[in-house]
Ligand binder design. Structure first.
Ligand code: FES
Length: 243
């Protein structure tokens, strides 16, 4: 547990599974030296990394007084900026009655006066020649569809990620491993938004065409035992569907 009054959370949208840790690792190492009293964390809105709400939970539990959230995006995206703010607002509302830190959202990197210089420096700076000797993008391992019995889609869109989707995905992975089930039995895929966001965290199972609403991590053991092992959907957790 990190005890520090000030936290900085560097975020990325990551609907496509990008993780800001890959993008800003070097910069964060330098910033940690420059600001030893600040705890730096990375977090994603959706996708496979730790979520913004998880990072905020950690900051709050450690007694942080101030948390600054900054988007690592270097391409202007006002819609995404709005989503960062909505997820943070959701987290603040959930802190009902507890002493939450002062959470602040930094301006967009693309509005910073040095952004043009940053691009210029990259274009004019050291370059490496592209090679034809890189690893191929095909492999015999990927020639065939695995022989899984069920395909489980775990939503890691922004709304589900803010409401426990990451924990649900991890819990399903762990539960399957504990039961000795691998990709050839049950294939897990993290997805972007699957639309019924109000039912977060959303999980769908195919070919059964069963959609679960509010499948939080504490429900995963029963879900795995009854549906993925036993083959019977947990009816009471099915989400409402359009006729
Ligand atoms: S974010 Fe999960 S259904 Fe929209």
């Amino acid at each position: 547990m990190n005890h520090s009054a000030r936290w900085a959370i560097v975020t990325a949208p990551t609907d496509r599974g990008e993780d800001p840790r890959d993008r800003v690792g070097g910069a964060l190492a330098a910033l940690r030296k420059r600001h030893p009293d600040t705890v730096f964390r990375t977090a994603v809105l959706g996708g496979s990394g730790p979520t913004i709400t998880e990072a905020l939970d950690e900051a709050a539990q450690s007694g942080a007084a101030e948390v600054v959230i900054v988007s690592a995006q270097t391409v202007p995206d006002r819609k995404m900026d709005a989503w960062f703010a909505r997820v943070v607002g959701h987290w603040l509302r959930e802190q009902d009655g507890t002493a939450a830190p002062d959470v602040r959202i930094a301006g967009s990197l693309t509005d910073a006066p040095g952004y043009t210089d940053l691009l210029d420096a990259a274009i004019g700076g050291p370059t490496t020649a592209a090679r034809t000797t890189t690893a191929p993008i095909t492999s015999p391992l990927w020639d065939e569809v695995p022989g899984f019995a069920r395909h489980v889609l775990v939503c890691r869109g922004p709304r589900c990620s803010a409401q426990g989707g990451a924990e649900t995905g991890r819990a399903i992975d762990e539960a399957l491993t504990e039961r000795g089930l691998g990709d050839d039995d049950v294939l897990i895929t993290l997805t972007g938004c699957m639309f019924p966001c109000s039912q977060a965290p959303v999980v769908a199972v195919y070919p059964d065409d069963t959609w679960y609403a509010g499948l939080t991590a504490d429900r995963v053991d029963r879900f795995v035992d009854e549906h993925l092992v036993g083959g019977r959907a947990v009816e009471q957790w099915r989400g409402a569907r359009r006729g």
